[in-house]
Design a protein around this ligand. Structure first.
Ligand SMILES: [Zn+2]
Length: 114
């Protein structure tokens, strides 16, 4: 499961960031997830809840923000946000689109208890 490996990869980052501030525990985590990342937010939350048990982030809640896909048409230059990955320009109907946003996953916010 893609989401589980993402969460497994997230925990060392959380641990490092919490450690930098001598935190006892992590209480809140916010992730920004691109629509094109292929991640299902509900599965991410389920994976997080399963993974956090017995860790420094046991009490942490997770918020997932779905980021729209933002693209620029190379033909006519307009920038648009797409709810679905349908690759046609709304201006000129071309399909030479450059992806600006929506592919990645970011750790947006981390709250800790010291
Ligand atoms: Zn266009």
């Amino acid at each position: 499961m893609h989401e589980l490996s993402l969460i497994a990869g997230l925990f060392p980052i959380l641990e490092e960031k919490a450690g930098e501030q001598d935190a006892k525990s992590v209480t809140f985590v916010r992730l920004r997830v691109g629509r094109l990342s292929g991640v299902v937010p509900e599965l991410l939350e389920t994976a997080f809840d399963a993974y956090k048990k017995g860790t420094f982030a046991e009490k942490a809640s997770l918020e997932v923000i779905l980021v729209p896909l933002k693209v620029r048409c190379r033909a006519c230059g307009i920038i648009m946000e797409l709810e679905e990955p349908v690759f046609a320009c709304t201006g000129c109907d071309g399909n030479d689109l450059e992806i600006l946003e929506g592919r990645d996953i970011f750790l947006d916010r981390l709250e800790i208890e010291v």
